[in-house]
Write a protein that binds this ligand. Structure first.
Ligand code: ZN
Length: 300
């Protein structure tokens, strides 16, 4: 996709949309200094071309310069024109999603979005990013924060988000007990008919099973002088659930860990943020993910 929408011009033509006809039409015409691509429309048909312009000997960049060469990037048969009035075409994730949703069979998709701005994407192949976490709360917080960031992330490549959530109650059922201790009352979780206690209320000690992370276990030790029987819910160590992605196209994983307070850790297959990470920390993690999984990505 183009790095800046202002590099994209849109023109209606009467000629055929093959490269020869487009070259005959455009070569010699003046193009604006920033124009590098032209979305060419003829009725309902759309093609995308790249243009080169005359370079002056003194290296000056005049306001307009004659077009000297035309390359057909996407021919009309492979190209769709999509109108999405609420989509910011400067955001690669939004552009990639629109292309795959509205014209999955086309190589090139031109999108007219918010503010009437037009951009395009060719051969969209978003990075698959799985956000793994434990619910409740609903919606899953890290997933929801990441989704909101990607709605405005102009600097990141197209990313497809996948939620892989593990239910706290399912984790509890993996270790049957008549008494469970949960980290806090906030989520309002109960497990069947079992009694539930909440660590943040510092209840009197019981022979319970802790449904919590290592940090909760440390707090338990601080309160009661011993570690509890435990089901570890930390999504950094929880294996992929049955609904999780499998196979080689796993992509990247973003998850969180109770033991991290500030750091963002890149490790095999995943990037980990602190539990309760801020949007700024998640943004930093997304940049790290792209550095690991899509290091060569750059707009055209
Ligand atoms: Zn952890």
């Amino acid at each position: 996709m183009p790095g800046e929408y202002r590099g994209v011009a849109v023109t209606e033509v009467a000629c055929e949309l093959d490269e020869g006809s487009l070259a005959a039409h455009f070569i010699g015409l003046e193009a604006y200094r920033r124009t590098r691509f032209i979305v060419v429309r003829r009725g309902q048909h759309t093609a995308i071309i790249a243009v080169e312009k005359h370079q002056t000997a003194d290296g000056e960049d005049p306001l307009f310069a004659p077009i000297t060469a035309v390359t057909l990037l996407v021919e009309a048969d492979d190209c769709a024109f999509v109108v999405r009035p609420n989509l910011d075409t400067a955001v690669p994730t939004a552009l990639g999603r629109a292309a795959l949703e509205d014209a999955p069979e086309k190589r090139g998709v031109v999108v007219q979005g918010s503010y009437g701005h037009i951009s395009f994407i060719v051969d969209p192949a978003p990075l698959r990013l799985t956000v793994r976490e434990v619910v409740p709360p609903y919606p899953p917080k890290l997933y929801d924060q990441t989704r909101r960031l990607l709605e405005v992330a102009e600097h990141l490549p197209p990313i497809t988000l996948v939620a892989e959530v593990v239910e706290l109650t399912d984790l509890a059922r993996s270790r049957p007990s008549s008494e469970y201790l949960l980290p806090c009352r906030g989520g309002g979780v109960t497990v069947g008919a079992a009694s539930t206690f909440y660590l943040d209320e510092r209840p009197e000690h019981r022979p319970w099973t802790l449904i919590g992370c290592e940090r909760s276990q440390q707090i338990h030790h601080w309160f009661y002088g011993e570690r509890a029987d435990q089901v570890d819910i930390c999504p950094r160590v929880v294996p992929a659930g049955p609904t999780g992605p499998t196979g080689p196209n796993l992509g990247a994983v973003l998850t969180k860990c109770c033991l991290f307070e500030r750091e963002i850790v890149v490790e095999t297959g995943q990037v980990v943020v602190p539990w309760g990470a801020s949007l700024a920390q998640i943004s930093e993690a997304l940049t790290a993910i792209v550095g690991e999984w899509e290091p060569s990505w750059a707009p055209a």
